[in-house]
Design a protein around this ligand. Sequence first.
Ligand SMILES: NC(=O)c1ccc[n+]([C@@H]2O[C@H](COP(=O)([O-])OP(=O)(O)OC[C@H]3O[C@@H](n4cnc5c(N)ncnc54)[C@H](OP(=O)(O)O)[C@@H]3O)[C@@H](O)[C@H]2O)c1
Length: 224
Amino acid sequence: MKSVLIIGASRGLGLEFVRQYRRDGWLTLGTCRSPEQDALLTSVGATALRLDVADENGFANLAKALDGNSIDVCIYNAGVSGTRSANVVAPEAEDFDAVMHANVLGALRAIPVVAPALARANGTFAFISSRMGSIGLMSGSGSITYRASKAALNAVVKAASLEWGPKGVTCMTFHPGWVKTDMGGAEADIEPAVSIAGVRKVIANATPESNGRFFDYTGKELAW
Ligand SMILES: NC(=O)c1ccc[n+]([C@@H]2O[C@H](COP(=O)([O-])OP(=O)(O)OC[C@H]3O[C@@H](n4cnc5c(N)ncnc54)[C@H](OP(=O)(O)O)[C@@H]3O)[C@@H](O)[C@H]2O)c1
């Protein structure tokens, strides 16, 4: 049975990944931060693991669960948008830290814990970034902290691809589209089911040549 780990699985895109992988019969581990979310994940057939990616010691449980095991796919989905700004302005330090810790530091913590389990299965490590993190495609200056955090995440994924690609792990980063979730809002372009079906298809068709590249949910490659 194929296995998937979704980091940040409690709602929105993460929960949609859980639903779709379960529907296809995958062994599904999802991380969340509360007992209510444990129960939700269990009710859709996943195994719940408690993890706050911003907590320095948060990955100990996951490290124990993965020790010596292999997994086929991991999706680093956890992310926050922080306070939205119209211009290039300095955020409150607390706001900056919250965004960078969830979007970047959490990914850096996840990589050494998860990548060895993926390497045992020649698996795929997918990171949910955003087109807003693309420097090449940037066409606005709003939400600068979020943009900077996703650009930093992209750099982390590229570096991880150089290190883990030769060990059999395909590292990819994704723009999921503008999606109707708590973060995307009701005015967004597409439903989570469409976004996640697309991302899953790109992951399913990944080859070693996909390592270190940035795609959207339709499979179109994006500029860094
Ligand atoms: N929606 C869009 O249009 C859009 C566009 C581009 C990129 N993205 C990216 O897609 C990903 C998912 O976004 P979404 O739209 O589904 O947002 P969402 O509905 O706000 O969900 C965010 C998810 O991240 C988790 N999370 C946040 N901070 C965490 C932490 N410190 N530790 C563990 N989990 C944490 C949340 O868990 P809790 O429930 O515990 O808070 C929740 O499961 C994010 O990385 C986001 O940047 C979204």
